[in-house]
Design a protein. Structure first.
Length: 258
């Protein structure tokens, strides 16, 4: 019990490191070691039906459900499959993330990657914090379909500061639920140090933004180098031509030469 309390306190301290109050860190531990870590901010946009003012027609409202700090965390770790389960508000809302590690044939041979293979979000429209006057309130499940997200080389963590949107299909009349993820850092396999992410693998959006930020600097350095080289060449050329004997243009001055 003391070891479990110490682990929980350490997780809580890690969560407090983030300046973003909407972001939390979720840790799964087995055999007193960290086997899965995930840090992100998340929000769900969930459409639901209510009666119109005439109580005849239906209109669609939208619930914006943030993933709060202090949620209950459970999970499972395996060699090739891992799972993270997060629930809050007395399990009115439950998010399950399923990860899969597999091999791919590349030009360099067989290489291992992991990915987010499935998402399942369960929500209760009878819960009144975010759902107001929902018709036929009850529990619904929104799931991903053939998902392959956060693809990362094995042994590395996935990092993406940019916001990502993943669509889920709900059991509530096939409505589309949107999951918005931002400031993501995830590693579901091969964690070598307790509570420490391995080397990051940045998402394509972050890589492109980083290139856009550094490209003007690189171009500026190249332009400055070209200017310096041009000035050096001009200086050397001017010095060489200044040391050469100047031939008079007026032929009458030739007799004074020699």
């Amino acid at each position: 019990a003391a070891a479990r309390l110490a682990a929980e306190q350490e997780v809580e301290n890690l969560s407090g490191l983030s300046p973003n109050p909407e972001k939390d860190i979720f840790v799964v531990r087995e055999n007193r070691t960290t086997c899965l870590m995930a840090e992100f901010a998340a929000k769900f946009i969930v459409p639901y039906d209510v009666w119109a003012s005439n109580y005849v027609d239906l209109i669609t409202e939208q619930a914006d459900i943030p993933l709060p700090r202090g949620a209950e965390v459970k999970g499972k770790c395996g060699t090739n499959e891992s799972e993270l389960e997060i629930s809050w508000l007395e399990q009115a809302y439950t998010l399950k993330l399923f990860f899969l590690k597999e091999g791919h044939n590349t030009s360099r041979g067989q290489e291992a990657f992991w990915r987010l293979s499935r998402i399942q979000f369960t929500y209760d429209t009878a819960e009144r914090t975010y759902f107001k006057d929902a018709i036929v309130p009850g529990k619904h499940t929104a799931s991903s379909h053939r998902l392959s997200a956060l693809v990362t080389p094995a042994g590395k963590s996935y990092e993406c500061q940019a916001q990502q949107t993943i669509s889920l299909v709900s059991s509530d009349h096939q409505k589309s639920v949107q999951l918005l993820l931002s400031e993501v850092r995830v590693q579901p396999f091969d964690i070598t140090a307790d509570f420490v992410f391995s080397e990051e693998h940045k998402c394509p959006v972050d890589q492109r933004e980083q290139l856009e930020e550094t490209l003007p600097l690189i171009l500026g350095l190249i332009l400055g180098l070209v200017i310096v080289i041009t000035l050096c060449v001009y200086h050397i050329h001017h010095k060489l031509t200044a040391n050469q004997v100047q031939i008079p243009r007026d032929r009458s001055q030739y007799k004074h030469m020699g």
